[in-house]
Design a protein around this ligand. Structure first.
Ligand SMILES: [Zn+2]
Length: 390
């Protein structure tokens, strides 16, 4: 057993045995001149009294105030179980500060708190539409999908540990959905959309180096995967976000050097350099698609935020998501971007399965059709008419 105090306080915060969580603890914090309550928990991860050593995990220090708009609509947030931890254990597990079990305990705290808050809003406030997002499964797949895949994690015992954690996170989410639905009096239209799918991260494509080798990008090579300190005065194009290359166009970019008259020529150089590249280990071109942005409208990519060249990679070069095409799948295992979408209530056919592809942008128009209200003028998708009787 170990006892923990805050500096300057008489009373101990918690007495903890190894592996034990504290109750929720409170600490006064000064924020912009106001005193607010910070809420957190401690977990004593390891204790070695003989050596005088311990490893203590402190959760995010969460706030209970300023969480909502209009102010006060949540009521007393101290009554909700769990913790409104914003990170859902992401950094802590990614940095190796906590083990898998502790991560699953943290996702439970975050999910429980949000479900409790949603159920209270439904029960206590006039509520026509409740929309919420649980992030735990996204964190899980980003951090752990490689541990579920046989090709990356051959040890069956290790895979089984992660499979059990995956199921535990789904059970938490299932419980949260049930808790929210139980708070609804009248029959409601319920729409459940899963997180995007995931693929275990493969070998990354060194796009900066591809552009640098083609004389399109100038930066310092410090030996890492990415180059450092891009010299914008001597760079014609650089990677942008997950799946774009952006040209350094004069008049558009802060240090733009590509004259308007040369944009198409430079863009073709970028596309050719990418298509000509071969992965050293496989001899394969990692890119499944490299096109000018104007041709990417059919992928739903358009507008000023989209880079001048749009690309996608084959699944073995992908991250968890963002760089592979939505319908690409990994041959081994059941990995891909496919998502689950469930509709229930309000004239939705019971047990009907829509086999055709539908899109996230179809959800809002479908809700409008079910409720008999006009869909927003800005809605890009279409109602999923097959869902409804008649
Ligand atoms: Zn994600």
């Amino acid at each position: 057993m170990a006892r923990f105090w805050l500096p300057g306080q008489e009373e101990a915060l918690a007495d903890l045995a190894a592996g034990e969580w504290s109750a929720r603890l409170e600490v006064p914090l000064s924020v912009n001149g106001a005193t607010v309550t910070g809420v957190f928990r401690l977990k004593l991860q390891e204790l070695d009294p003989g050596a005088g050593l311990f490893r203590l995990y402190v959760t995010d220090i969460c706030r209970r105030t300023w969480l909502e708009q209009p102010a006060g609509v949540l009521g007393d947030a101290a009554r909700f179980a769990g913790l409104p931890t914003p990170g859902v254990g992401w950094d802590s597990l990614g940095l190796g500060c906590i083990d898998l079990d502790t991560f699953v305990e943290l996702t439970a705290m975050a999910t429980t708190w949000l479900a409790d808050a949603c159920a209270s809003l439904i029960a206590e406030q006039p509520c026509e539409l409740l929309c919420t997002h649980f992030h735990a499964i996204d964190s899980f797949y980003h951090l752990c999908s490689a541990k579920l895949d046989e090709s990356v994690t051959p040890d069956p015992d290790e895979r089984r540990r992660y499979e059990a954690a995956e199921i535990a996170v789904y059970q938490q989410l299932d419980h949260a959905v049930g808790h929210i639905l139980a708070a609804v009096d009248a029959p409601a239209l319920t729409v459940l959309v899963s997180d995007h799918g995931a693929t275990p991260a493969g070998s990354p494509v060194p796009l900066q180096r591809i552009l640098a080798d083609a004389g399109l990008l100038t930066a310092e090579d410090r030996g890492g995967r990415d180059l450092a300190d891009i010299d914008w005065e001597r760079t014609l194009a650089s990677p942008q976000g997950s799946c774009y290359v952006r040209l350094n166009i004069a008049g558009r970019e802060r240090h733009g050097i590509v004259p308007i008259g040369s944009v198409e020529r430079v863009r073709q150089r970028v596309i050719q350099a990418m298509l000509a590249y071969r992965d050293a280990a496989t001899g394969r071109c990692p890119f499944s698609l490299v096109i000018p942005k104007e041709e990417a409208v059919g992928l739903g990519l358009y507008g000023a935020g989209v880079g001048d060249v749009v690309y996608a990679v084959h699944e073995e070069f992908a991250d968890e998501h963002g760089r592979i095409l939505p319908q690409a799948t990994r041959a081994a295992g059941d990995w891909g971007m496919r998502a689950l979408c469930l509709f229930s209530g309000y004239g939705v056919r019971s047990g009907h399965v829509v086999e055709d592809p539908v899109w996230l942008t179809d959800v809002a128009p479908t809700i409008c059709q079910a409720l008999g209200i006009p869909r927003p003028l800005q809605a890009e998708g279409m109602p999923i008419s097959q869902l409804f009787v008649g």
